[in-house]
Design a protein around this ligand. Structure first.
Ligand code: NAD
Length: 355
């Protein structure tokens, strides 16, 4: 915990988030966020849980993702606008806040665009560590946009993946990924089709952005024993997998009430059986039980993952200097004299009146 004045809130800008992450190391940060997520998933029943509050438009979605463990409260504001990329903007941007439940005072405000990419990749790799075939060393990465390198590096650090086979409908995205992964320790191979990308892959990650029921993977592309990490389908009407793949898979989810609305399983009956990942982590439910089983992580992103990432960043800040202090909480000497504080400010600033 940071010791600080209560009315001043540490703020981590994009610039400071980049400095902090580079200072610690990208793979280390994702490994440590994965450990925080796992620790929080293991105490799942403690948390307040609600499907995220989504405001949809024709072009995208804006969402609020709150949760609390009774001691701290966190939320993330996040958007998803697939058309943004064509306008030179990010598909996903976010910021988030952590607060002390005891006082209700914020204790951290931070950018979360980079942090979301880190936590999403950490969550994907953590799920795969429980579900993917142990000997998987090759991952197909379909969709080579903003999230892609983070996914590849998290699977390298957490699951021991040494080769990524990249495919995107836009070859410019694949070239960007190849360039960025040089020197990472991963062998990255550009592929011309999804068929070529999945060759020899024990793990298939789909991370595309399109506001429709898309078919990024057809049934014939998913062989026995593969783990599918489906990241891109995360909104009503926005999926990536052919329904037949779902019918052949053991499906693992974060929070069923949210995933049934947003995930690949929106294509299935509302009572189709799924397993909650937190139960796999506590040992209450089985993960992979058979070498020929197709396991599917139907990822949509849940508030507890953001909470874990926020509390991780909060824990790392002390002594680093990678934050600014924001004057965010009004703090009169006498708590009830809020108006008096305003009056005194007007006296201190000639020409400004409180009336
Ligand atoms: P992005 O726009 O930067 O990249 C998406 C990429 O997908 C683009 O390069 C695009 O060319 C490619 N693509 C689109 N259709 C394709 C197809 N048919 N085949 C192959 N490639 C295709 O987006 P991003 O920030 O990387 O996010 C990717 C997706 O992940 C988005 O849909 C986003 O909403 C989702 N997401 C999910 C989570 C989660 O927790 N599950 C978290 C963050 C983002």
């Amino acid at each position: 915990m940071m010791t600080r004045k209560l009315n001043v809130v540490p703020f981590v800008s994009v610039d400071n988030m980049m400095k902090l992450v580079l200072h610690l190391g990208v793979e280390r940060v994702m490994t440590e966020i994965a450990a925080c997520i796992e620790a929080d998933f293991r105490r799942w029943p403690l948390f307040d849980k609600t499907p995220r509050v989504a405001s949809h438009s024709d072009v995208g979605v804006i969402e609020l993702m709150p949760t609390s463990d009774g001691k701290m409260y966190g939320f993330k504001y996040v958007n998803g606008h697939p058309k943004n990329m064509r306008e030179g903007l990010q598909t996903v941007t976010a910021f988030g806040l952590l607060a002390d439940v005891n006082t209700g005072y914020p204790i951290l405000l931070t950018e979360m665009t980079i942090l979301t990419a880190l936590r999403t990749a950490a969550m994907s790799a953590l799920a795969a560590r429980h579900l993917a075939p142990r000997d998987a060393r090759t991952m197909a990465m379909i969709g080579n946009g903003a999230q892609a390198e983070f996914q590849a590096l998290a699977f390298h650090a957490i699951c021991g993946i040494d080769t990524v086979r990249l495919y995107d409908i836009d070859p410019v995205a694949t070239e960007k990924c190849l360039r960025n992964l040089k020197g990472s320790g991963l062998t990255a191979i550009a592929c011309k089709s999804p068929e070529e990308a999945v060759e020899g892959a024990g793990i298939i990650t789909t991370c595309t952005a399109d506001k429709q029921y898309a078919t990024i993977l057809t049934d014939n592309l998913v062989g026995a024993g593969v783990h599918v990490n489906a990241v891109g389908g995360d909104c009503p009407g926005k999926t990536e997998l052919h329904r037949d793949i779902l019918l052949r898979s053991s499906i693992f989810v974060e929070y069923p009430p949210q995933t049934r609305i947003e995930g690949e399983i929106q294509q299935l009956a509302p009572d189709h059986p799924v397993t909650e990942l937190w139960q796999v982590m506590t040992g209450a439910a089985a993960g992979r039980t058979d070498a020929r089983q197709i396991t599917l992580f139907d990822s949509v992103g849940f508030a507890i993952e953001d909470f874990s990432a926020l509390r991780y960043i909060h824990g790392q800040l002390q002594g680093t200097g990678f934050f600014e202090e924001l004057d965010m909480i009004a703090d009169p000497d006498e708590p009830r004299d809020l108006y008096g504080m305003l009056l005194r400010a007007s006296e201190a600033e000639p020409g400004i009146s409180a009336a």
